[in-house]
Design a protein around this ligand. Structure first.
Ligand code: F3S
Length: 399
């Protein structure tokens, strides 16, 4: 792989150990993937924040950067952590966990990384532009960046995204190159995709069947970023799908030559039902409704509000919404949040139902509208999940 003289000096340790380690990692991954050179990036989105998912090993890694007082070179944002930074006690997080989680957050902050603590940076003013090269790591954000915005990023592991944040470069391979962004399968959607959970079911179905292949969807109505975030999160979770096209909607779809795609498949009503039937544990014994995977937007809150009318939450049911702190500072979001809180719904930011230990450990019977959340939550045997649309959830747990 070609390196400039300056890049070689960084690699050889002339700018300190931390910079050299970052270069080593980027170059090693680049060489493994036959990258020809390093390219500049516009931003990074860094996973590996929750103490619950990263454990003790993160400290020695991050302390290497604080020792050399290393700062990031490009705008960099953090994925959700394991707790709400303010309401962690209310969530049921232990003092010990909170102390460790705060240590991790401070180490990232010292590097100049913005504490967005969300998987949806594009909902809070950090939308990528068409053609931007990025180094993002959370799988749904990666897929949205590629598919919905036409930016270019591979799904980076957390250390690689951090290394790219420090150096401002990534290796030129995978989804950074035109030839790897071409769809392989046309999906003809022949059933109604109405609810956010339907987008999630479609994504889950596709990811499970066609792991890693870029799809081209036909037959989807005009889809908002909120609907597409459900689709991309699901495809990424069930099949590591990091890019997609939607006919006449996503920015690269007009560049696709359908004559070059041999495989054509249909998504039918039966296929949709089959996904709802995977996550169909009892609705009767619900402990918790968990919404916000990916983190909710203003539109999500509007939808929940409008489906509730005058009803309030049934006794014995907890209803948690996960979002980003910055999203909830928007004027309309604040108003909707207050309205929903008056009905018994609780909001938590900086975290989510999957990367916090609380939901898995405290609640057994969970309802959600996200197949990604359902997929990860049911990895633990004791968690049982029911997948429903927001409208159905409102009817079931409010009276
Ligand atoms: Fe986001 Fe957590 Fe879901 S990071 S995509 S809300 S698993």
């Amino acid at each position: 792989m070609f390196l400039t003289k300056y890049q070689e000096r960084m690699l050889n340790g002339e700018m300190g150990e931390a910079i050299s380690k970052c270069m080593e990692l980027i170059v090693k991954i680049g060489e493994l993937n036959d990258a020809d050179k390093l390219i500049p990036i516009k931003s990074t989105q860094i996973a590996g924040v929750s103490y619950y998912t990263v454990g003790e090993s993160i400290f020695s890694f991050l302390e290497l950067f604080s020792k050399d007082k290393v700062k990031v070179k490009v705008p960099s944002w953090l994925n959700p952590s394991g707790m709400d930074r303010i309401k962690w006690k209310e969530m049921g997080v232990s003092d010990d966990f909170a102390e460790k989680q705060n240590r991790i957050i401070k180490l990232y902050m010292a590097m100049g990384i913005e504490l967005t603590l969300t998987c949806t940076p594009y909902l809070i003013g950090h939308e990528p532009s068409f053609g931007d090269h990025l180094s993002w790591s959370e799988s749904s954000a990666v897929s949205i960046a590629n598919g919905f915005y036409g930016a270019r990023t591979n799904r980076e592991g957390a250390p690689l995204a951090l290394a790219s944040a420090v150096i401002g470069l990534t290796a030129n391979y995978g989804l950074h190159k035109d030839e790897n962004r071409v769809p392989k399968i046309v999906v003809d959607v022949q059933t109604e995709i109405e609810h956010f959970s339907d987008y999630s079911a479609l994504g889950y179905w596709y990811g499970t069947k066609y792991k890693g292949y870029i799809p081209y969807f036909k037959g989807l109505n005009d889809s908002s970023v909120d609907q597409v975030k459900m689709l991309s999160a699901a495809m990424a979770a069930s099949g590591s799908v990091a890019h997609f096209h939607i006919e006449n909607q996503t920015p690269e779809s007009k560049l696709v030559d359908l004559n070059n795609i041999d495989e054509k498949v249909v998504f039918s009503l039966e296929d949709k039902k089959s996904i709802y039937s995977i996550f169909n544990h009892s609705k009767e014994s619900v402990d918790l409704v968990a919404i916000g995977c990916p983190h909710t937007s203003v539109d999500d809150l509007r939808k929940i509000c409008s489906s509730l009318e005058d009803r309030t939450l049934k006794k014995g049911v907890e209803f948690w919404i996960f979002s980003s702190r910055k999203m909830l500072e928007k004027k309309e979001a604040k108003y909707l949040k207050e309205k929903l809180e008056s009905k018994g719904i609780r909001f938590f930011t900086d975290t989510c139902m999957v990367v916090s230990p609380v939901v898995r450990e405290k609640y057994q019977n969970i309802i959600t509208n996200s197949t990604k959340a359902a997929f990860y939550l049911t990895r633990k045997e004791k968690n049982r999940v029911n997948l429903q649309s927001l409208e159905e959830i409102s009817k079931g747990v409010f009276e």
